[in-house]
Design a protein around this ligand. Structure first.
Ligand code: UDP
Length: 238
């Protein structure tokens, strides 16, 4: 714990798919608990933490819009899915003794706070983990973009993307044995090589605001803790 922190305030983006664990759908509570334990460990070090959780484990607008549904309606359903994930994560974090607040981009006052930037900053200063739900509140966006937007608004030192692999590879490491992990990349390489890290609007927003994107494995116990100290394996995009 006495090791210096490489980052003091971060936004961690976890896709909804991570939370389904080995199930094909929905929320696997053991996985939520495991991710919460990773987050709790760094929160206890005094790192100021913002969280954005996707909704793809429950509902993804684009895939449903192809059918009978209006794209905007499908996207609103996707945003509501992120609220469910946020509440599951809040519950798991509080069981581990971490104070949290959920702030939603779509107001639902019986469930959580509305997004109010200055209030969110205050929560961080008080040591609370702030979970941003409902994405940007607008259809045609993704939670990657919401994560980038909140990282910029909240003056985060980095945007952490927790995935199921420990960085960005030249090819899919689960399919191609010759795939190699990049240690460093720049934003333009990610965009021009069309590397599947985050969507292009999220990467562009981070580029414009010079906020590093750190890609690491949220499924490896202790990895977040190492990366926050600048150690372990990850890819950093600057
Ligand atoms: N969504 C949206 N606007 C936003 C964020 C999300 O419309 O600002 C909708 C969109 O339909 C998306 C769904 O919410 O498919 C779930 O989010 P996402 O696909 O980004 O989740 P992830 O892939 O991270 O699990």
């Amino acid at each position: 714990a006495s090791e210096p922190l490489a980052y003091k305030r971060i936004l961690l983006k976890v896709s909804g798919e991570v939370l389904m664990g080995d199930q094909g759908f929905g929320i696997d509570m053991n996985t939520v608990k495991a991710v919460a334990a990773e987050v709790a460990a760094v929160a206890r070090l005094g790192v100021e933490l913002c969280l954005v959780i996707g909704g793809g484990n429950i509902f993804r607008g684009l895939s449903k819009a192809a059918g009978d549904m209006e794209r905007s309606s499908a996207d609103y359903m996707g945003m509501l899915a992120t609220v469910m994930n946020a509440l599951a994560m809040q519950n798991a974090l509080e069981k581990q003794g971490i104070d949290t607040r959920v702030q939603s981009a779509i107001q639902m006052n019986a469930v959580c706070e509305p997004f109010v930037r200055r209030r969110a900053i205050r929560h961080l200063e008080k040591g609370r983990v702030v979970i941003f739900a409902a994405g940007t509140g607008a259809p045609y966006f993704t939670t990657d973009t919401a994560a980038a937007l909140r990282a910029a608004e909240m003056n985060c030192d980095a945007l952490f993307k927790g995935t199921s692999v420990d960085g960005v590879y030249t090819a899919d490491p689960k399919k191609d044995k010759t795939a190699e992990r990049y240690q460093n990349l720049n934003y333009l390489e990610v965009l021009s090589k069309d590397l599947k890290v985050m969507d292009a609007s999220a990467v562009s927003l981070m580029r414009e605001n010079a906020i590093p994107i750190v890609v690491f494995s949220i499924r490896t116990p202790g990895a977040l803790n190492e990366v926050i100290h600048g150690k372990g394996t990850y890819t950093v995009i600057t």
